[in-house]
Design a protein around this ligand. Structure first.
Ligand code: SF4
Length: 279
């Protein structure tokens, strides 16, 4: 068995919260640069330039990329040979979030659904656990903005709707969202499982680096087709027109019930922030 101290996990989570909110991932930056080269609209190019400049300022001056520093979402892969010394894993994660959002002066966005009273420290974090074999603990943090999350949807299609039905649902979702999710967006699609599993897969797919091809050739083809259809919508950067509505589309798929075809779309904005920590 391998033992990992509670405080080590807490400190790394704290660093990840601050780092992800200050430094845009190289894959997202590269996606924005590539989009600028291919963008026909002068206004669209100008906005992409501003997003690249915004990322530079945030990185160099150590300030958040966006005022919405997100709900704290975590994907945990916990090795079955790992124990946490000195406390429980969810407490280490929540304590790291508390300290990271406090010390990084990041906006606290978690509140009671009805009274809207802020919880004050951006907890509770949303944590998805997966038990895996081995002695490794992998935690991926996402700062998930409200504007893009609000545009997400899940549905149960009829099995006969097939690939065409899935593609129509995804493209319509992006079209109906217009400028609300702060385009250019990253489109996460979950297909299969049950309604909650499809939604989980859509969110998890957003962790895939921009530009990375799907290992399943059939899904890779659908992703390319969807990206073209979405960029043909003309919504463009910040919704002001142009060909760059999405930087990428990622799909995750699992088997489902013979009577169902669950599909979920989870959108991420251009401030697509995540960090991976391996212990
Ligand atoms: S959706 Fe993203 S870019 Fe838009 S306000 Fe929220 S975090 Fe910021």
């Amino acid at each position: 068995m391998r033992s990992i101290p509670f405080t080590t996990i807490k400190e790394k989570i704290k660093e990840a919260c601050i780092e992800a909110n200050h430094v845009l991932g190289e894959d997202v930056l590269e996606g924005l640069r590539r989009a600028k080269e291919e963008e026909d609209s002068p206004l669209g190019r100008e906005i992409l330039d501003q997003l690249i400049e915004n990322a530079r300022i945030a990185r160099e001056e150590r300030i958040p990329l966006c005022q919405d520093t997100g709900l704290a979402v975590f994907f945990v892969e916990l090795g079955d040979q790992v124990t946490i010394e000195g406390g429980l894993l969810p407490e280490a994660i929540n304590e790291g979030v508390r300290e990271g959002y406090r010390d990084g002066f990041l906006r606290k966005s978690a509140c009671h659904p009805f009274s809207r009273k802020n919880t004050g420290d951006n907890t509770p974090a949303i944590i998805h656990y997966q038990l895996v074999p081995g002695e490794q603990l992998k935690i991926t943090f996402c700062a998930k903005g409200g504007g893009s999350e609000n545009m997400s949807r899940a549905t149960m299609l009829r099995p006969a709707d097939g690939i065409e039905g899935v593609e129509n649902f995804v493209v319509n979702r992006v079209w109906e969202s217009q400028a609300n999710p702060c385009p250019p967006v990253v489109v996460g699609v979950g297909i299969g499982g049950t309604i909650e599993r499809a939604t989980f897969l859509a969110k998890k797919s957003l962790l895939t680096p921009i530009g990375q091809e799907n290992p399943d050739p059939e899904l890779a083809k659908i992703e390319k087709r969807l990206l073209k259809k979405i960029n043909d919508l003309g919504i463009g950067p910040a919704g002001l027109g142009g060909r760059t509505t999405a930087l990428d589309v990622h799909i995750m798929m699992e088997p489902c019930h013979i009577a169902s075809l669950p599909v979920a779309v989870n959108l991420n904005c251009h401030s697509s922030r995540h960090r991976e920590i391996i212990f």
